[in-house]
Design a protein around this ligand. Structure first.
Ligand code: ZN
Length: 248
């Protein structure tokens, strides 16, 4: 089985479309690691699109906030504004759908997915401080996570060596192929489709090939000016519009 891993789409339809176009023919199933909505200008079309193609979708913190499961008081003021705007746009049906999404971890045929971490769906796995305790407790050789909007991840070898997975290629398309070694444990982040924060504005995703036992990381440019134009028209906060250019 080949899994297309999509995370943190954040209502960015143009980015989602480029990712699925590039992934076309390279996967069998789609797993979504949460945060379909929040920040971007197309919450309803993004939900429709992902819902139609994904086998499993787990919820992210923005999915909970935008559907009113939690209030957005803990979000920064800009994220809060975008949450309120998204709530006003969402159809009642889509609000119900977001509310029905399961929290991670969810296991699909030996593949485990979470939004934040195994223990806490809101935890940010940013470095060894958070990743090491998780890696020591993995029940499966690899867990796929999102939430940080950083493409890459972490690994712990059989002899206890911790390493970060870095995707540094500036080429469009496949940026890294990571072969999963026997005895090593992995936390894999496909990166964010709709609002990358790792300094690269291009949309990110990954494909896990279970047979070949490797993860392919991808980056693709998308029609950023169109997204920004829609956001301005919707009067979404300017810093949220600009950050997409910088991938921050
Ligand atoms: Zn997110």
């Amino acid at each position: 089985m080949r899994y297309l891993l999509l995370s943190d789409v954040h209502s960015n339809l143009e980015a989602l479309e480029e990712c699925t176009a590039l992934a076309q023919g390279k996967y069998d199933q789609v797993l979504c690691l949460g945060d379909l909505v929040g920040y971007g200008p197309d919450p309803n079309p993004v939900i429709e699109r992902v819902r139609a193609m994904a086998t499993v979708i787990i919820r992210g913190n923005h999915d909970r906030a935008c559907s009113g499961l939690i209030d957005a008081a803990e979000f920064n003021p800009l994220a809060r504004l975008a949450t309120q705007w998204t709530r006003d746009q969402l159809t009642a049906e889509h609000i119900g759908f977001l509310r029905s999404l399961p929290p991670g971890p969810v296991t699909v045929q030996g593949v485990q997915i979470v939004h934040g971490s195994l223990l806490d769906e809101d935890e940010y796995l940013l470095g060894p401080g958070q990743a090491l305790p998780e890696l020591r407790n993995l029940a499966t050789p690899a867990v796929f996570f999102g939430h940080t909007h950083y493409q890459g991840g972490f690994m712990l070898t059989g002899n206890g060596r911790f390493q970060s997975v870095r995707c540094s290629s500036k080429q469009d398309g496949r940026t890294l192929v990571l072969t999963l070694e026997e005895g090593t444990r992995y936390l894999i982040n496909p990166g964010s489709v709709g609002q990358p924060r790792d300094g690269d504005w291009r949309a990110a995703f990954a494909i896990f090939d279970q047979e070949k036992n490797h993860v392919e990381y991808y980056r693709t440019p998308y029609k950023l000016p169109e997204v920004q134009q829609k956001m301005r028209k919707a009067a979404l906060p300017e810093p949220l519009i600009r950050r997409l250019e910088f991938g921050r």
